[in-house]
Design a protein around this ligand. Sequence first.
Ligand code: BJ8
Length: 383
Amino acid sequence: MSELVLPENFETYPEARKKAFLTMKELKEQGRRIVGVFCTYTPWELIHAADAVAVVLCGIGDDNIPAAEVRLPKNLCPLIKASYGAAVTDKCPFFYFSDMVLAETTCDGKKKMYELMGELKHCHIMQLPPGKTGRGALDFWKQEVIGVKEDLEQFYGIEITEDKLRASIRLRNRERKAVLDFFEVAKLKPSPITGYEISTVISSNEFSPDLEDKIAFLEQRTKELKDLYERELKGKPSRPRILITGCPTTGIMDKIIKCIEELGADVVGFENCCGPREKKDPIDEAKDPITAISEKYLRVNCSVMSPNPGRLEALDVQIDEYQVDGVVEVLLQACHTFAIESDAVKTFVTTKKHIPYIAINTDYSPSDQAQIDTRLGAFIELL
Ligand code: BJ8
């Protein structure tokens, strides 16, 4: 293998980014296959069955936006701009060292951005049907899943056997359960974990590529938190409990999640792709693997699907199970699908669940932080 080089600007990077680059470099030096992913629709089991490591690509960072705006419009979702900006400037260690990218045509902005990203490295783009229930939607999506399998096989010169797929489904279902149990610790009242810790752990790519290590870590942390609750917190008063919904919040963890907790409430749940959305829904291990994988991922409740009634059903359950006092909807700038759904979400939360709701429209820049603090502070006082 030819020697792996780090990006030109490596020495100027912050320590955390340097560390991630070195970890990924080591992985490549060990000869591991690496596939970059973005979205909850990604059929990870196929990547795992190809003996490849799936890494979540960076879609955060206000500093990644200017480079993206050279080719992308300013009035575009910051997640999309940051994803492209981090890739094109060699600031995302996961993109830099991935062999290929597996992405999906979710919203219009993302799918057009992937055309530009495809100029940088091989991007396999799965075509997502516009709805889950439309005639032929599942058959169409299943063909796309088969297309991924074939591309991985051709790209790496390997065969993804049925046995490998079945083993990978079983392992990922165990991982799902461990992640779900970790999320559900916050159902305890008062919650023994901050929403900020939940977000940090879940969005981390720092786990060992061995999923067994990740499962063990999560099981251990879940146990510690339950013990902490029994020992010190049970019976104590709880702060107001917030559920986050809307767009992914990894890029605004400090701006929104930390801010809510510093203002005196606990973020206990996430009804977005940073929460248990797909973890609650294991893959059927008894079925033909390709069919089971296709069915599972088509069930994801994302606003890019029309219609998307499953999202309100999930909100209904989560608000009750996590004993939620108020809902904060995060709408990233120019995200039309979540912005349009927010009207139905607000009506549902306030008139069916009878709890307060607030929508925060924002991007990755710090310029609106003071305004957000004021609005969230007033909202929390209401609870
Ligand atoms: S399954 S939520 S991870 S698409 S916020 S880029 S929709 S304009 S991120 Fe998402 Fe998959 Fe859906 Fe989840 Fe577009 Fe909206 Fe930006 Fe978005």
